[in-house]
Design a protein around this ligand. Sequence first.
Ligand SMILES: *[C@@H]1O[C@H](CO)[C@@H](O)[C@H](O)[C@H]1NC(C)=O
Ligand SMILES: *[C@@H]1O[C@H](CO)[C@@H](O)[C@H](O)[C@H]1NC(C)=O
Ligand SMILES: *[C@@H]1O[C@H](CO)[C@@H](O)[C@H](O)[C@H]1NC(C)=O
Ligand SMILES: *[C@@H]1O[C@H](CO)[C@@H](O)[C@H](O)[C@H]1NC(C)=O
Ligand SMILES: [Cu+2]
Length: 218
Amino acid sequence: MRATTLSTAAAIALASQASATTIRIDVGQNGALAFTPDSVKAAVGDILDFHFHAVNHSVVMGDFATPCAPAKTGGFFSGFMPVSGSGEADDSFQVTVNSTDPIFFYCSQNKFEHCKSGMSGVVNGPSSGNTLAAYQSAAKNVQNASNPPSVFGGKLVTASSATTTSAAAAATTSCTTSTKSGNGSGYKRSDTCSGAGSVQVSVGIVAAFTFGMAILLS
Ligand SMILES: *[C@@H]1O[C@H](CO)[C@@H](O)[C@H](O)[C@H]1NC(C)=O
Ligand SMILES: *[C@@H]1O[C@H](CO)[C@@H](O)[C@H](O)[C@H]1NC(C)=O
Ligand SMILES: *[C@@H]1O[C@H](CO)[C@@H](O)[C@H](O)[C@H]1NC(C)=O
Ligand SMILES: *[C@@H]1O[C@H](CO)[C@@H](O)[C@H](O)[C@H]1NC(C)=O
Ligand SMILES: [Cu+2]
């Protein structure tokens, strides 16, 4: 009886993971002060996967009414992700979509006025009314962008593992934001990011997911 209950729960968990889509959003790609794409459609359970490029960007969830400021309730903040040279930051920031309501997000870097310059985006934005274009237009009048005091609302994941479900993922680490500091100077992610526990959990999930996919596809 107990085993049946557990396996049913596991099947449901695997089924919901299998149907979730990971949506990649590049942040500051090719030096642009932009999110690419900046407008996406997502279903409940989908994962927004932010990949950071040079020089030093962030992503913060906001509210339509107050451009370039953090959402009053809930939301997320990746922390600043400085990248020197080309390539992307070691970690991507993954956020789970919990509803189909519009989610506005922006970069809080004030050096060169990223949000004010239009570095923002939306998930499930409407086609009229409170649109991304209206948000970006209002952002031009904002003096400075702001961000929450610490990283929250998502998960930092080793960027190269995000698209990997093979055994190679065993070499990667995965960290939750609870172990991170995300204030303006908190770049010491790698100092607190590793840990055998989180590696084991990460690999376990990947293995279970791969196994589940095999069952579902057979
Ligand atoms: C806005 O941000 C810039 C860059 O961080 C800073 O130099 C400036 O003092 C800020 N201005 C205000 C009004 O906070
Ligand atoms: C969805 O819920 C999770 C868990 O409570 C939370 O961490 C995440 O920030 C939420 N996503 C959004 C977009 O608010
Ligand atoms: C990244 O930007 C933040 C916010 O402006 C700043 O505090 C930090 O010093 C920058 N990091 C680097 C490495 O330039
Ligand atoms: C910001 O984070 C750094 C690095 O974790 C920490 O040493 C510092 O005390 C924090 N500053 C504030 C104002 O929270
Ligand atoms: Cu930026």
